[in-house]
Design a protein around this ligand. Sequence first.
Ligand SMILES: [Zn+2]
Length: 474
Amino acid sequence: MRRLALTLALVPLLTRTLSAQRPDSLGEEVRKYLAVDTAALALSHVLLLDGTGAEPKPDQTILIRNGRIAAVGPSAEVSIPAGVRTMDLKGQTVIPGLIGMHDHLFYTAAGGRAVQMSYTGPRLYLASGVTTIRTAGSRSTYAEINLRDNIGKGLVPGPRIHLTAPYITGAAGGGSMDVITSPAEARRFVAYWASEGATWIKAYTDISRADLRAAIQEAHRRGIKVTGHLCSVSFREAVALGIDNLEHGMLTASDFDPSKQPDVCPVTLVGRNNEVDPKGEAARATIQALVKHGVSMTSTLAVYEPFVANRPTKEPRVLNAMAPEVRAGYMKVRQEIDSSGTGPIAAEGFKSAMAFEREFVQAGGLLGAGVDPTGIGGALAGYGDQRNYELFIEAGFTPVQAVRIMTLNGAKILGVAQRLGSVERGKLADLVVLKGDLTADPTVIRSPTVVFKDGVGYDSAKLIASVEGRVGID
Ligand SMILES: [Zn+2]
C-alpha cells in the first residue's frame, strides 16, 4: 500500500518530465544540432524494426505529431495530412531510440584515467541513437543530476537520464564508492539518494549479503530499484535477496567458483568463468533462478571485447573521438593484449558469455543492454552501444531480437514501456533513422542520419563533429 501511494504521488511529476519536448523550448546549444524541427512530420517508405519483436516491415510510414507517434503502418495506408513535411527515406531503416541500460556519464581508460563526461557523453549517446540512459552507478552524482535537469530544460543536447546513485560496496572495496559496513548504513544511503531523485541503486563487487538485503528492502520501500555488478554475492544469492537486475552477465557471476567463500569476492573469478559451460547444469540453474523471480540482466559485451586478444577494437571513428593522449594509452594496452595472444578474457570465455545471454533469453529472461564506457576505454558512449548490436548478431540473435533487447526490453526494465521502447502509435517519437538495410548488414547500426527524441530530429554527424578528440577530457 505504501508503495502504491508513493507511485501515485509521483505521477504528476513523471507526466511533466516525460511529456514531449517541442523545439521552441530548446536553447541555442541544442538548436545548433537540429536536423528537423517541425511539429508534424512524416517519415515515409522506411524499413521498420519496431522494437516489439515483430518481423521487419518494409515500406512503412511513420507520422510524428507534437513529439509523439501519431500513426504508423504501410505507406499505402497511412494518409499524410496536407501541408505536413515528408521525408522520403526509401532504402533506410527506422528503429526505436536505443535504451542504454549501463550507460555511465563518466569514462575510464587505460592508465587509470577517470573523467566525468558531461560534454562528450550526452552528445555521443544521442548521436549514436541512444535516447534514454540508465547511468548504472555514478561518481559525480550532482554533475549528473544537473546534466539531467539541463537536458530536460532543453539547454543541452542529450538522452533522457535515469539517475543511479553512487556505487555501494563492502570493506574490501573503496575508490569513489561508498563502503557500507552495516545494514543501517545501507538503509541510510538508500534513503538519502532516493530523496535526491535516484531511481536505481548500484551494488558493487564487495558488498555483503546482509548489507545488500538492507539496501534492497529500503529501495523497494521507496519505490526504487537495485542492480548489481556483483562478486562477493552470487547471482543466485542476490536473486534470493530480491535484487531487481544483474549487470554484465556470466563473466561477473561468482556462482560457478567452487572455492568461493560467503561474502568474499574470489580473485580467480574471470579466469574460472572463462571455463564455465554456458549450457551446463550450473549455468542453467542460475538462469532459471533469474527467470523464475523476474530478475532482468544487462548485457555489456562491448566493454569486454577490448580485453580479448585480436578482436576488431581499433575502429577509426572511435580513435578519432578520443583525446590524443587517451588514444595513445589505449593503443598501447591493446597492442600488449594482442601480442600476448590471449588477453585477460579468453576468446572462448567471451563466446561463452555470449552463449549464456542467448540461453537466458531462450529461457524467457528479460535482457537489456548497455555500453559501460569503462575498462581500458575502448567502448565509447553510444559507439559501444552500437557495437553491442553487432556482437548480439555475432552471438546468434536475429536483428529483430537484438533491436528488442536494446529498446523495448530496456523500457520494461525501467518501467517506461507505456511511453517508450517501440514504434507504436501514441508513444513518444524516439526514433533512429539508419542509412541502409539493418537486416542485411549489422554495421548499418553505425550509421544514424537523424535521431529523434520527443519528435525532435538531431543531426548525428553534427553531434559527432562536436566531440572529436575530446573523449577523455570532458
Ligand atoms: Zn559499470
